[in-house]
Design a protein around this ligand. Sequence first.
Ligand SMILES: Nc1nc2c(ncn2[C@@H]2O[C@H](COP(=O)(O)OP(=O)(O)OP(=O)(O)O)[C@@H](O)[C@H]2O)c(=O)[nH]1
Ligand SMILES: [Zn+2]
Length: 235
Amino acid sequence: MPATAPSDTAASANDQQLEYVTSCALPTPWAQFTLHAFIEHGTGSPGAGKEHLAMVLGDVGDGEPVLARVHSECLTGDVLFSQRCDCGAQLEGALRRIAEEGRGILLYLRQEGRGIGLVNKIRAYRLQEAGADTVEANLQLGFHADARNYELCRPMLERFGVRSLRLMTNNPRKIDAMTRLGIAVAERVPLLVNRNAYNNSYLNTKQAKLGHMMTPPAAVPADQAPAPAATPDVI
Ligand SMILES: Nc1nc2c(ncn2[C@@H]2O[C@H](COP(=O)(O)OP(=O)(O)OP(=O)(O)O)[C@@H](O)[C@H]2O)c(=O)[nH]1
Ligand SMILES: [Zn+2]
């Protein structure tokens, strides 16, 4: 149970419910955000009990599109400095950019490992060390390539009066998910990070198999090249 009385609860599909709990100031190297805490409930929800966060800066409820990042948890990248993925650098880049503009929101969703959890992500990394790519590893473990669900974004954003985003992402399926939820994506803001020897093949696979929009294009064998992205940079 939360330490403070819940102030409200919003229901969604699958009996998935989101409780807004409380907030505090969160000074970071780039700006002082307000950190808001939510708890997911729901008997049919795989994420029941998860604690989700929103970091907010400035007046985001004024009706204008809001610079936003919808970030899925990556403990290894966000906290442990892993170079296997782009998550930690994207998290920092998004917060810096929001701070530069003085206005924006970052949703920190607790769907680690594209929704398969931390231990399973480490199993997937082990399979990647044996030659699988990030998608094949998930499939070999019996999961979908991407098991995430973005439904909670809607009540989280509604809480702050946010209806339209300038979404920092390279992932076209994240944009589609927001649109299907009725959240307008006024603009896609690319969020590119430097490649290194450890994340290069992961980023290539995201581009080739998951359709991520990354420029300049990574070198991928012609027979694995993705169909042209259907989602333009600015919608
Ligand atoms: N299963 C699995 N998950 C991974 C792997 N590498 C990173 N992840 C997870 O992938 C997710 C990345 O999430 P995001 O940074 O929100 O987004 P994205 O889908 O890559 O798209 P962007 O918005 O362009 O960053 C996090 O949950 C990571 O934990 C991997 O090799 N296997
Ligand atoms: Zn990561």
